[in-house]
Write a new protein. Structure first.
Lengths: 352, 311
């Protein structure tokens, strides 16, 4: 285990700048998730930590060592790839013990470590199989086993669950988190799935266009997003954004809808400024008073009902956890909890 | 309901119970031309060769049934065993050397460098040339007095060699020609294999601590093994049957130093007109080729293609 420090990291591909001056501190044993949309530079950043991409500028430290210029094999890290990257001609046992074989480790010791990792991951009965004989989830476990056997200072995961079906993804998510809690190795995990980020991370780093938008604990990011990008990216379904201004003690959208101000906001503070009003779909309740909307989309999943309501000229997404009888075209009254409302400066996108 | 309709449909087609379907008489006109061709060009020559091999038949003389005499004579024919030995040496060298050089060339051409496509095109040109033309050119190049090879050797202080005119260097010299012509084939096969090899495991290996040699030894080589086996099979069968280049360059000489089974049986049948004995040799040679192919196919079957293709 070791802390990881990324200091002023830059990455250019020719004239294209992919990561600009990025710094993150990852504590010893911490599970950090790099999350962001496709093309935000998260995988590139991870590959730079791994030593599979050169760093254009800045420093990477693992523990006390500066590793920016070291080859991957000298960084004492283990990586789990999106497509598993198993050795197709080797059995599960050979795959897991390959790194130790290269180090000319004692075969008995290697076998012991492979056995222990296989026990952790439930792979004992699959050790003599080839990757082609395994399911997606089993392959992913082998990839993790290969990483565990090495007992590295840092685990790197590059979208490891992307190739799995939704159900297996949830199972594997739990297994990875359980593995981390058991082993406690510093982990950097890349995903574009904010649910994975929220459920697994001790700390989330939200990336956008090669820059850090916000760093924080999952609930901090959910409750107090730093800007419009984070507010829209974290949470599913996405937060409602309505543009408008504070007038006469209420928020009036550009299309004329009147909404309550945040609980602790003083109207004078925001009066006249172009703002964006943010409310999460799950923070909207059914209620007779207040806003009336006509259901344009209704999707029930059993545990919750997602609806898009046409409220005048505005459309508001709602997520109702209670079982209500609502159908396409129905008119529904909704109320907004002022304590859950966010206001953003329209020009800068920053949360106010 | 479904089973009823299937049975009804089967009855309509005349398929009853578990009896296998029989070809209707009007299908035969489509099959007969293929049967005639196969019979004429494959079955008849082999049956006729077998028939000839159990007869004593010298061209222009009466044929008499000889039973296994020709085969017994082969067992004690020193020249036959010598030709078998020459065939073995020639085949092993003409497989191993192109395999090694072809793999090396494929690894080089798999990398990115300027003019790669052009150079690869130049590299495969020997494969396209006709064997007799190649034999002619190389015979001139091997000439002890006039050949360019001895001239080139003289430039680096090495004395003239006798190449195909010396009984000890004739087979290695013929292997040089064979290697020159067929290394490109191995290169193309291995290059195809390298293109099919997944790239991701190399990143894993990099992180696992593998250096360049270890990546080749533990990843590349096992993953292209099925392709190498294809190369070995094609080259082995081709080399053991090699005739044109050897005949055009040495006719099996000097003396019998480069006489392979193929050359010996040709000389026996068409120079000494001993058709029966030559046919017995052809039968034994055929059995050897079949046995070799079978062994190689067995080895290849153990090298599972899905190790590479199915990830």
């Amino acid at each position: 285990m070791a802390p990881v420090t990324l200091h002023n990291i830059q990455k250019h591909f020719g004239a294209v700048s992919v990561i600009q001056d990025l710094s993150v501190d990852i504590a010893d044993g911490e599970f950090v998730v790099l999350v962001g949309p496709s093309g935000c530079g998260k995988s590139t950043l991870l590959r730079m930590v791994a030593g599979l991409e050169e760093v254009s500028g800045g420093q990477i430290r693992i523990g006390a060592r500066e590793v920016s210029d070291l080859p991957a094999r000298d960084r004492d890290i283990a990586m789990v790839f999106q497509n598993y990257a198993l050795y197709p001609h080797m059995t599960v046992e050979e795959n897991m013990g390959f790194a130790l074989k290269l180090k000319k480790a004692n075969p008995a010791d290697t076998a012991q470590r492979v056995k222990k990792a296989a026990e952790i991951l439930g792979l004992e009965k699959l050790l003599d199989r080839y990757p082609r004989q395994l399911s997606g989830g089993q392959r992913q476990r082998v990839a993790m086993g290969r990483a565990i056997v090495r007992n590295p200072q840092v685990f790197l995961f590059d979208e490891p669950l992307s190739n799995l079906d939704a159900k297996l993804r949830v199972v594997m998510r739990g297994e990875i988190k359980a593995m981390h809690q058991r082993i406690g190795t510093t982990t950097i995990y890349v995903t574009h799935d904010q649910i994975e980020a929220m459920t697994m991370a001790d700390k989330i780093v939200v990336l956008h266009d090669g820059n850090i938008e916000q760093v924080g604990a999952p609930l901090d990011l959910y409750d107090r997003p730093a800007n419009l990008f984070v507010a829209g990216f974290i949470g599913s379904p996405s937060m409602n954004f309505l543009e408008g201004k504070v007038e006469e003690g209420v928020f009036r959208t550009d299309k004329g809808l009147i909404l309550p101000l945040p609980a602790n906001a003083t109207p004078e503070e925001f009066a006249g400024r172009p703002l964006v009003y943010g409310i999460r779909p799950e923070h909207i309740r059914v209620g007779d008073q207040g806003i009336q909307g006509r259901a344009a989309i209704v999707e029930g999943t059993g545990s919750e009902i997602f609806a898009k309501l046409d409220c005048g000229s505005e459309q508001i997404s709602c997520l109702f956890r209670e079982r209500i009888d609502i159908r396409f075209g129905d008119t529904v009254g909704i109320s907004i909890d002022p304590k859950q409302v966010h206001l953003f400066d329209k020009a800068s996108g920053r949360r106010l | 309901m479904a089973s009823v309709s299937i049975e009804a449909a089967a009855d309509k087609r005349g398929v009853k119970g578990s009896k296998p379907a029989r070809l209707a008489p009007n299908y035969w006109p489509f099959v007969v031309p293929a049967l005639i061709v196969i019979g004429a060009v494959i079955v008849f020559p082999w049956v006729f060769t077998l028939w000839m091999s159990v007869h004593s038949w010298t061209l222009g003389q009466e044929q008499t049934f000889a039973g296994l005499d020709n085969y017994i004579r082969l067992a004690t024919d020193f020249r036959f065993w010598e030709s078998l030995w020459h065939t073995l040496i020639f085949t092993v060298l003409a497989v191993v050397v192109p395999l090694f050089l072809g793999t090396l060339a494929a690894l080089i051409f798999d990398a990115q460098f300027p003019l790669r496509g052009f150079l690869r095109g130049v590299f495969v040109m020997p494969m396209m040339a006709t064997p007799v033309a190649i034999a002619l050119v190389w015979t001139m190049m091997f000439h002890p007095q006039l050949g360019v090879l001895n001239y080139l050797l003289s430039l680096v202080g090495i004395g003239p060699q006798e190449w195909i005119y010396n009984r000890y260097s004739v087979i290695p010299s013929l292997v040089i020609v064979e290697t020159w012509q067929w290394t490109p084939l191995i290169m193309l096969i291995v290059l195809g294999g390298l293109a099919a090899v997944p790239r991701e495991p190399y990143e894993s290996a990099e992180i696992d601590g593998a250096n360049a040699w270890q990546k080749f030894r533990y990843l590349t080589l096992p993953m292209i093994a099925p392709f190498l086996m294809i190369g070995v099979i094609i080259r082995s069968i081709d080399a053991i049957k090699s005739f044109d280049i050897i005949y055009a360059m040495t006719q099996g000489g000097p003396g019998t130093a480069s006489e392979t089974i193929n050359i010996y049986l040709y000389n026996t049948a068409f120079s000494y007109y001993d058709i029966g004995y030559g046919s017995a040799m052809a039968v034994i040679f055929f059995v050897i080729i079949i046995a070799l192919s079978f062994v190689l196919m067995m080895v290849r079957a153990r090298t599972n293609w899905s190790d590479v293709v199915d990830r």
